[in-house]
Structures are given as structure tokens and as C-alpha cells.
Design a protein around this ligand. Structure first.
Ligand code: ATP
Ligand code: MG
Length: 153
């Protein structure tokens, strides 16, 4: 169950939250798992750990899942440091680290891996970010594996 998977990862990450940080979840009750659970986990954990790392104490992190037709959407929204507009085009490049993140630990690999996984399963990832206001990532997961899609066409 996809919602359960998200909930488990959120529970695992609770201990890494900064003081007063809190996850707010909006999850559908019954959302069957689709796609490789390891890929889903990797995508989710990278987005959630970024949201924790790049936002401040006492801020909420919104995690929302919904479904439209044969796609499942995951949105992770934070009210953190945001990504400078002039650097946003490089966000998914290997080793990219924004200049406003210099004092926070990171290798700049997480999002590159996320992007490659999302491409691999023919999903989509987009983001909206404003410096010092926050960042929202939206991932679209196709519910079918590529092979199954081919069969049904
Ligand atoms: P790691 O490889 O450990 O994940 P990282 O977090 O630096 O290191 P990415 O997850 O790939 O690497 O993120 C790349 C850069 O994008 C970050 O260094 C940061 O500058 C910016 N970034 C990513 N997510 C956010 C976010 N939610 N808010 C603000 N900046 C972000
Ligand atoms: Mg990261």
C-alpha cells in the first residue's frame, strides 16, 4: 500500500526532524503499490530528507498523495530556504549544490538519482521554489510498468 509506505518513511524520519518541525500528511486510504517499491522509497526519502535539511525549526513539511486516472502524484512542500531562481535550471545536475546551501551538509547527488529513477519508470518530476519562502516538488508516478503499458496498446 503506497500510503503505508509513505507513512513508514515519515515515521522513520521523525527522529531526524529539527525542533518543532512537523510532517503534515494527506494520504488516500487505500493506494495499492505500483512500480518497484525500492524506487518509490528512494524518491520519497530523498525529497523528505531535503525538505527537513533545507527548512528551519518549527516549520511544517507537507506530504500529499493523490491519484488521477492512471497516475499517482506525490507532493512534498517545505517552507525553507528555497532555491535561488538563477540556479534552478541546474537542480537535477550531478553534484549541484545551491549557493544558499553551502553551510548544510550534502553531496548534491540525491536529486540527480531521483530524476534518473523517475525517468526510468517514465514518470515526471517538477518543482516550484522561491528563495527564503520554500520549495514544492511534485512527482507523477505512472501506475503501470512500461511492459504492461506496451501489452495493453
Ligand atoms: P545529498 O546527495 O546528500 O542529497 P544534497 O541534498 O546537497 O546532498 P540534492 O538532494 O541533490 O543534494 O540537492 C541538490 C541541491 O538542491 C541542494 O544542495 C540544495 O542546494 C538544493 N535543494 C534540494 N532540495 C531543496 C529544498 N527542498 N529546498 C531548498 N533547496 C533544495
Ligand atoms: Mg539531498
Amino acid at each position: 500500500n503506497f500510503s503505508q509506505l509513505v507513512r513508514n518513511m515519515v515515521d522513520d524520519l521523525e527522529e531526524h526532524l529539527k525542533d518543532g518541525q512537523e510532517f503534515q500528511l494527506v494520504l488516500p486510504d487505500d493506494q495499492p503499490v505500483f512500480q518497484d517499491p525500492n524506487i518509490l522509497r528512494n524518491v520519497i526519502i530523498n525529497l523528505l530528507t531535503n525538505a527537513i535539511k533545507y527548512s528551519h525549526e518549527n516549520q511544517e513539511i507537507m506530504v500529499k498523495v493523490w491519484e488521477i486516472r492512471n497516475r499517482v502524484f506525490l507532493e512534498v512542500q517545505d517552507y525553507g530556504i528555497g532555491i535561488p531562481e538563477e540556479e534552478q535550471a541546474q537542480l537535477f545536475e550531478r553534484f549541484f549544490r545551491a549557493k544558499n546551501a553551502f553551510n548544510l551538509q550534502g553531496t548534491g547527488l540525491g536529486l540527480n538519482i531521483v530524476k534518473r529513477y523517475v525517468d526510468l519508470i517514465h514518470g515526471k518530476i517538477s518543482f516550484f521554489s522561491r528563495e527564503q519562502e520554500g520549495t514544492t516538488f511534485t512527482v507523477q508516478f505512472p501506475k503501470k510498468f512500461k511492459n504492461e503499458e506496451n501489452i495493453s496498446h
